[in-house]
Design a protein around this ligand. Structure first.
Ligand SMILES: NC(=O)c1ccc[n+]([C@@H]2O[C@H](COP(=O)([O-])OP(=O)(O)OC[C@H]3O[C@@H](n4cnc5c(N)ncnc54)[C@H](OP(=O)(O)O)[C@@H]3O)[C@@H](O)[C@H]2O)c1
Length: 382
């Protein structure tokens, strides 16, 4: 494993384990496949990964409890850095910050958090958080030692990012970045802005939630061949991030043991300055390829699905809609729509309550886009 200097001489592995996409049982996001997920955590630990990122809502509230259990069982608490996040959008009064925080300490079976983030900040949630005096909360838990480093994760535009960076004496921050998102949300400019201010930056969604991990079609393979690149798509996307000196840690989400094994291996192999010119050229080609074919920038984070009263599998619908164009296989998209999205869970059952749109980190106009996706997939003749 390769390590990077964080703040205060902390050495953090350049790969951190994201605890939001563990394998699950029966397609139920609340039922983590604990046996496989524990093997994944232990593989990471045994191969030098020392940063583990969970959050209050992940896996419908079960991620923190599971991670806490594994850490306790394997006596890992003082050997790793634990990151979790306060769901600031749910907080309606100052005391609410502490109530959640104390519940999180219990969930994680610990009396301190190494890296504590204000979760998924955007203009609206930041405004409300300040109204509830989030500064006093952050100062208090840092001073009493229950949170060692305070940061925030972010999903909004660059100007808001800079405003938040400048608003508090943060220890670190977390942004979405991958080779498709250089100019999206905080993007590369945000990364450099934070880094110039001495703020370590942790990266989430390095594969755009898995969208940059396709099985190569012949069109994609032709681009790899043209540029003489033999890396897998996942190696390419991770190597792109490890190449950047401003990146402090790349969080990897994985839904199987095999995936995390590959990603740990990649993190042990490539570092700053290793990306070749051919690989840079291939990335430019892949950006063009995806840009021309992606209909909806959904990353499948499931924040919307967990809250949908109609239980519409929004992530699956957008994935099939995009997939139709990326994989150039119309019939397969329609067959999978029929197989995986039952009639009563389709967009025509959406009650337009808007809960999904209020929580979507990508700010997708989900209600309208769902209708378009539904029509598009149904228009495919079998
Ligand atoms: N703070 C926030 O607002 C926020 C938001 C998002 C994420 N995060 C954190 O950041 C972490 C990383 O983000 P992410 O989970 O979106 O990461 P990601 O790396 O962009 O996406 C993870 C997905 O990529 C696919 N994948 C990963 N490794 C693969 C491999 N070797 N081969 C093939 N496919 C592979 C899997 O998709 P399939 O499951 O489809 O196979 C996996 O579920 C999260 O786990 C979470 O801890 C935070």
């Amino acid at each position: 494993m390769k390590y990077r200097n964080f703040k205060n001489e902390l050495q953090i592995s350049q790969l951190g384990l994201g605890c939001m996409r563990f394998p699950v049982l029966n397609d139920d996001n609340a039922k983590i496949d604990e046996e496989q997920a524990e093997r994944m955590i232990l593989h990471c630990y045994e191969n030098g990964v020392n940063y583990y990122d969970t959050a209050y809502p992940y896996h419908v509230g079960t991620s923190e409890k599971f991670v806490g259990k594994v850490i306790q069982k394997n006596r890992l608490r003082d050997k790793i850095h634990l990151a979790t996040k306060n769901p600031v959008w749910q907080i309606t009064e100052h005391q609410g910050f502490y109530n959640v925080f104390e519940e999180q300490l219990q969930n994680l079976q610990t009396d301190y958090i190494d890296f504590y983030l204000m979760h998924s900040l955007n203009a609206g949630s930041w405004h409300m958080a300040k109204k509830h005096d989030i500064y006093r909360f952050m100062d208090t838990i840092k001073q009493d030692g229950r949170a060692r480093q305070i940061g925030f994760s972010f999903h909004d535009n660059l100007n808001i990012f800079k405003e938040i960076v400048d608003a508090y004496d943060w220890d670190f921050c977390q942004i979405q970045l991958n080779y498709m998102d250089e100019n999206y949300q905080a993007g590369i400019e945000g990364l450099q802005y934070a880094s110039r201010k001495g703020l370590p930056v942790v990266i989430m969604e390095p594969l755009k939630g898995g969208r940059l991990a396709p099985v190569l079609t012949s069109s994609m393979q032709a681009l790899f061949d043209k540029n003489n690149v033999t890396l897998t798509p996942v190696e390419l996307a991770l190597k792109y991030l490890f190449n950047m000196p401003e990146v402090s840690c790349v969080l990897s989400g994985a839904s199987s043991y095999e995936q995390i094994v590959e990603n740990v291996r990649t993190a042990s192999t490539y570092g700053v300055g290793d990306l070749t010119q051919n690989e840079k050229n291939l990335i430019a080609d892949m950006v063009e390829f995806y840009t021309s074919r992606t209909k909806v920038p959904c990353t499948g984070c499931l924040y919307c699905v967990d809250d949908c009263p109609q239980r519409i599998p929004i992530n699956i619908i957008f994935s099939l809609y995009n997939g139709r164009y990326i994989y150039e296989n119309d019939k397969l998209a329609r067959i999978q729509y029929d197989a995986h999205v039952p009639a009563k869970r389709r967009p025509d059952h959406c009650i337009e309550c808007g809960q999904c749109e209020s929580i979507c980190p990508q700010h997708i106009k989900i209600i309208d886009e769902l209708k378009v996706a539904h029509e598009d997939l149904l228009s495919i003749k079998l």
